[in-house]
Write a protein that binds this ligand. Sequence first.
Ligand code: GLU
Length: 365
Amino acid sequence: MNRFTWQRAVIKVGSALIAPEGYECSGKYLLSLARFITASREAGKEIILVSSGSVAAGRSKVKIRHNASIAEKQAMAAIGQNLMMANWQRFFDFPCAQVLLTADDLRDRTRYVNIKNTLREILKHNALPIVNENDTVAVNELKVGDNDNLGAYTALVAQADTLIICSDIDGLYTADPRKDPNATLIEHVSKIDSTIYGLAGGAGTSVGTGGMRTKIEAADKCTSSGIQTLIVNGRKGETFDTLIDGHVPGTLFTPSSTPANARRLWLTHTLKTAGKIVVDAGAKEALVRKGASLLPTGIIDIIGNFEQGDAIEVECEGKVIAKGLCLYNAKDLTLIKGIKSKDIASVLGYETAEVAVHRDDMVLY
Ligand code: GLU
């Protein structure tokens, strides 16, 4: 079995575990997982859940005999979402925090930054973020569509180092284990290519399992951004004991680079610089020596007309020392430059964050 280490994980739990009968939330398969979540948090690790089940939970409350229409499914999601949340909350004595997203939210730069800040803040307050697609408002074109890919997007926005997909099968197999007795589990995938996609089969008609294709897509998105991905069988209680021991009882997809490296490359090379922030020597010292975030108080000047979430360069005494994502737009940053963080709200009438550029979003040169 492969070993793995992690610090911040997104755990994706599918309907097969939440609603094994297809129409009601159940705790049947969740106890071992809940124990894993609690034990990991006590060990100082951070977890974000991506949970399905709203439509299934709502189905038991919406009495229709025909195939549900879109509006009916959206009503089921609205009714079922809080049943699903309540089903989780009964396992924990810390708060569960509901986060509903659509593909559109993840594409919009300002909302993307806000999602990231909110997740960071929820974790800071020791609550458990539980993410689902906002099925009630999302129409098909605006949907991520499946929670495997939503799990990958969540791992990216939350800067997790690991995505754990809990399925009802042990992992990726060489063939469909339900049909082929010679099928063997693939314990390690270091490169996701057409052969691996071939093993997953087409959407819905997979040879591996029902939704293996979207799981490979999710692993592909994550590993190419430095996030390791696991597919494990969430229906087996021992899965989570093995995970606690640091072993992968399923398939491990290893990333091509470390998350820090992938992010560094993305920040440095992919993102176009939209402006510049000039800082004083004190701020430079804090950034370089202490690995601190950039506070408004150390900012002397703002150059360019950038938006919130844009990439900017940080300059001190004529030299570029860092590049990062700015949490305020140029206009507002000009208003708060040089002031103490506690005064941001009184100057702007709002406060996105106490810092102008968070250290997680910054690379030093
Ligand atoms: N968002 C859907 C639900 O909560 C689930 C989608 C999926 O499992 O892929 O019912």
